[in-house]
Design a protein around this ligand. Structure first.
Ligand code: HEM
Length: 345
């Protein structure tokens, strides 16, 4: 079993079924503990002995060993809640939550208008590539509006999975550094007299929300449609909650050794939590947005986006057929369809 690509492998279904009641186990190839039991995921994500994953560490090593400089990564690690702990983490969350609540109503209204127009291609009876024609542009539009940065382009957002990818080589890490630099200068050019904290909030939104939302909407729409091939879109029973996730796993680092379910993770070791396991059977599905003090701040907006996209599909009295579905194979962090081509008639 290759755990590096498990999240997009058909073999994952058998893996999650087999592991649904197992204890965490250490995988030597991945160099970390694997947690795929939904009950353990929920309990452990609230375990105080676990701290955030070490996203900045590999960059610090490159600076020490090779003299490479990463000022934008350093900026991100001072502002992203994923990298912070204690009071700093809470303050960062408060700033992000405040920004989101001030923009949410407007962003939802804009998403609704955008989808109504984009989805009208289905009424004309033709092929539509849902990812490229509807979902990705919708999320790009929403994030530009949320960050008040109208000229941000989709290439800038590819930084998102790279930030969370611990397998990147030095060249890709340098590319990410310059991408973050480009996003930051775009932000400074768009928002008058932007403070460092305001810049940090917007950078967090891009890195945390853009690819995750595109992936979750795409994977969830596909998983429902594939079960209703040849039905009318208006008859497809889309659930209220997205049934799949674009965030297949998250990680933590052990701050202090502790015992759990007969195993002993030691200080400094990593744990990988397969949130994808929560999409099966009666697992707590809301957990795809995390548990405990680091729960997703974009959950409400994501559920609105799901409601808007599926609502528009369910207003379409056309039969559909899936002509093509392909999952992105260049992404080792998030799951996201590369293409979801429908034919309607
Ligand atoms: C449907 C798509 C999304 C999914 C599945 C998702 C999932 C998650 C998960 C699992 C976490 C917890 C990470 C952890 O515990 O390490 C998280 C955190 C977070 N999410 Fe989301 N997310 C989504 C969309 C968004 C959006 C659209 C935004 C912003 C608008 C956002 C902002 C955040 C932030 C700021 C955190 C950090 C919380 C912290 O570390 O304290 N997310 N998300």
């Amino acid at each position: 079993m290759n755990l590096l690509t498990l999240h997009r492998d058909e073999a994952r279904h058998a893996f999650f079924e087999e592991r649904s009641s197992s204890a965490p186990f250490f995988d030597a190839a991945m160099g970390c503990w694997i947690v795929a039991n939904p009950r353990h995921i929920e309990q452990l994500l609230q375990e105080p002995s676990l701290g955030p994953a070490d996203y900045a560490g590999p960059y610090e090593q490159l600076t020490q060993k090779r003299g490479l400089q990463f000022p934008n990564i350093q900026f991100a690690s001072r502002h992203l809640p994923f990298c912070l702990e204690g009071a700093e983490h809470q303050q960062s969350r408060r700033r992000i939550a405040g920004h989101l609540s001030s923009r949410r109503a407007m962003v939802i209204e804009e998403m609704q208008d955008f989808v109504d127009t984009a989805i009208s291609v289905l009424d004309r009876g033709r092929k539509v590539e849902l990812m490229g024609d509807v979902i990705s542009p919708l999320v790009l539009h929403a994030f530009r509006s949320m960050a008040e940065s109208p000229f941000m382009h989709s290439g800038d957002f590819a930084a998102s999975s790279a930030f969370f990818d611990r397998m990147l080589g030095p060249k890709k890490r340098l590319q990410l550094e310059s991408k973050l630099g480009a996003i930051r200068s775009e932000l400074r050019g768009s928002v008058d007299k932007i403070s460092e904290n305001e810049e940090g909030v917007r950078l967090t939104l891009f890195l945390a929300g853009y690819e995750t939302l595109i992936g979750t909407l795409g994977e969830s729409v596909y998983s429902v449609l594939r079960q209703h091939q040849a039905a009318k879109l208006c008859d497809v029973p889309f659930p209220d909650f997205p049934p799949q996730t674009g965030v297949p796993f998250i990680e933590r680092r052990v701050a202090e050794s502790f015992e759990f379910a007969g195993v002993l993770p030691s200080a400094g070791e990593r744990l990988r939590f397969y949130l994808q396991a929560l999409t099966y059977g009666d697992a707590p599905k809301a957990g795809i947005f995390g548990f405990g003090s680091r729960t997703c701040l974009g959950k409400q907006l994501s559920l609105e986006a799901w409601r808007i996209v599926t609502g528009a599909l369910m207003r379409t009295p056309k039969r559909f057929r899936i002509l093509e579905y392909e999952v992105r194979s260049d992404n080792y962090v998030f799951t996201c369809p590369k293409a979801l081509l429908l034919e309607t008639h």
